[in-house]
Design a protein around this ligand. Structure first.
Ligand code: XIL
Length: 561
């Protein structure tokens, strides 16, 4: 790890762990597993800053593996039932509820003071076939869904703090997943489910939860848009759960921004199912990378005040769902198969312990080359691809000619105060909370527009008449009267019937498509308010010769008299 540890402040994670492995009072050689694994567990540091660190808990392991149960109780101040509160577990056939597993989990979590995340009420997966293949009508399925929500959320309304009300409703491209709920009820099933959960447990915070929405992408955009719609309709939605089932080395660089944008909607965010999977076997350097990734995810959440906590999807690699689900991958959690804390554990401990990482020395990666748009005479819009950083990027600075010309926490900005008709090269530099800065990005070079904007014309007036019409030709006369003084003018109008300019006088004439532009001659550009100038032209027509209906002078429309 690039970071310098402060060994005075606390022992490293492994030593914390070993020092807690104490012999029994009789001095027997057997190593007892202590009931509190660490002198200063993650939960203590999280709780002291009002942050939640959770774990997914399987009831089997709570019942049969004391190491698992001990760590669940001591290292975490929050939890989620890994499976036992899912639909197939609690209502395996219609109207028959089996609360055995869910009750055991809830008792354990309540007894250990955990913030409980109920998982999950409406999901296409681990859904019994009596629901998915029940051939219900829309109103029947709404009833089935509402009954289920009412029973489950109602039963645990004193205990559950957050509910993952609907899980995984969108696909990667942001389209709706074709679940039985969507296909039968339509997208309103989400609002129905949220309203039903709110009735059953008015105090719970109600979430939508999904994977691959950790950064800004089509799928998280779909949640962003849906959340806006639901909030606008007054539907009780409180938060978005980012599952964060991640691949080693692939924490999205814009994760913090993504969290922030949901918080800016008035929602809260939680990281609900964090794991970081590695191609097996995991090397030391991969485990170090994993530690960085955990550090980054925690920092991304801690950096946004509306991000309430991080839940890891299991405790020990030994029981993780990853090897069963992702071929050849594993080792995604904080403890290895033998419950040894991994570098990732130390990293999380470090982040929760020291908060802001003042001794972080790792610089963010170099931002992408900016792209420029809307180049004006005095401003330009720039955007670039984000940097990533072990503790999270806090700011981007835009430089031109050695001076800083803008700063922003997002990946786009408008640079203002530029001179017209001037060439500029812009580069971007990222910095993190500890002040480490990236290299400068490659530059983008732009030339600002010519700044000569025509003066305003006040309430201009135009009169137009076609004189001397002959077969297919005519002469046009136009009188132009600006309402305020101008020095230089440009008149534009459209011929309505395909008329074609042949020549003009008292101005500089041109035609492009149907649009005619005439600018002042050198001698008639300066006009006082109310002073008129007359210009004329010859043009051809095809038999119809209607007058142009509107005229603009220096970009402002004129009344036609
Ligand atoms: C997983 C569990 O970890 C496994 O034990 C189970 O076999 C399948 O489900 N997204 C979710 C979780 O919302 O409920 C899933 O949990 C993992 C993906």
């Amino acid at each position: 790890m690039a970071r310098n540890r402060d060994h005075r402040a606390k022992p490293a994670g492994t030593r914390r762990w070993l020092s807690a492995l104490i012999a029994t009072a009789t001095g027997a050689a057997t190593l007892m597993i202590p009931s509190t694994a660490h002198a200063d567990p993650l939960a203590d540091h999280a709780s002291s800053q009002g942050f939640e660190i959770g774990a997914a808990l399987a009831v089997d392991h709570l019942n049969n593996d004391s190491q698992f149960a001990n760590l669940a109780a001591t290292e975490f101040n929050a939890s989620t039932a890994e499976n036992t509160m899912k639909w197939e577990s609690v209502q395996p056939s219609q109207g028959n509820f089996d609360w055995s597993g869910a009750d055991q989990y809830i008792d354990f979590a309540r007894n250990n003071g955990h913030a409980i995340r109920g998982h999950t009420l409406v999901w296409h997966s681990q859904l019994p076939s009596w629901v998915s293949n029940g051939n219900f009508s829309s109103s029947e399925l709404t009833n089935v869904m509402e009954n289920h929500i009412d029973a489950v959320a109602g039963r645990y309304s004193n205990d559950v703090k957050y509910w993952d009300v609907a899980n995984e409703i969108f696909l990667g491209d942001g389209s709706w997943r074709q679940s039985v709920f969507y296909q039968t009820i339509g997208e309103d099933f989400v609002a129905q489910a949220l309203r039903a959960a709110n009735e059953a447990d008015p105090d719970a915070k109600l979430y939508l939860n999904d994977y691959s929405i950790d950064g800004i992408n089509a799928k998280s955009d779909a949640y962003y848009n849906l959340a806006q719609d639901l909030l606008a309709q007054g539907v009780p939605l409180d938060g978005i759960g980012l599952q964060a089932h991640l691949i080693n080395g692939q924490v999205p660089g814009d994760m913090q921004q993504n969290i922030q944008r949901f918080v800016d909607l008035g929602l809260e965010v939680a990281i609900t199912e964090l794991d970081v999977r590695i191609d097996m076997p995991a090397s030391d350097s991969e485990l170090q990378q994993q530690a960085q990734d955990y550090r980054e995810v925690f920092n991304n959440c801690l950096a946004v005040s509306g991000c309430v906590g991080v839940t890891v999807w299991g405790i020990t690699d030994q029981y993780s769902w990853v090897p069963d689900t992702f071929d050849g991958q594993g080792a995604p959690l904080l403890f290895d198969n033998n419950y040894n804390p991994k570098p990732a554990y130390d990293a999380v401990h470090d982040v929760l312990d020291s908060g802001t990482n003042p001794d972080d020395t790792q610089a963010p990666t170099t931002p992408g080359q900016p792209s420029a748009s809307n180049v004006g005479a005095n401003s330009v819009d720039l955007s670039w691809s984000p940097s990533s950083d072990n503790v999270g990027v806090t700011e981007y600075a835009v430089y031109s000619g050695g001076s800083q010309v803008a700063t922003t926490s997002s990946t786009s900005t408008t640079v203002t105060g530029l001179n017209p008709n001037t060439q500029y090269t812009f580069q971007v530099q990222a910095s993190d909370a500890a002040g480490n800065t990236s290299s400068l990005s490659p530059g983008v070079t732009v030339t600002t527009e010519d700044g000569s904007t025509p003066p305003p014309t006040g309430d201009c007036e135009v009169s137009y008449n076609a004189a001397n019409e002959w077969n297919n030709g005519f002469t046009g006369n136009i009188e132009i009267t600006p309402g305020s003084s101008v020095s230089g003018w440009e008149l534009q109008f459209d011929f309505p019937n395909g008329q074609q300019l042949t020549n003009g006088w008292s101005g500089d004439w041109s035609q492009s498509g149907s649009t005619v532009t005439v600018t002042n001659a050198p001698w008639n550009g300066n006009l006082a308010a109310g002073q008129s100038v007359s210009v004329g032209f010859n043009a051809s027509h095809n038999g119809t010769n209607d007058e142009p209906s509107s005229f603009s002078l220096n970009g402002e429309s004129c009344t036609v008299s």
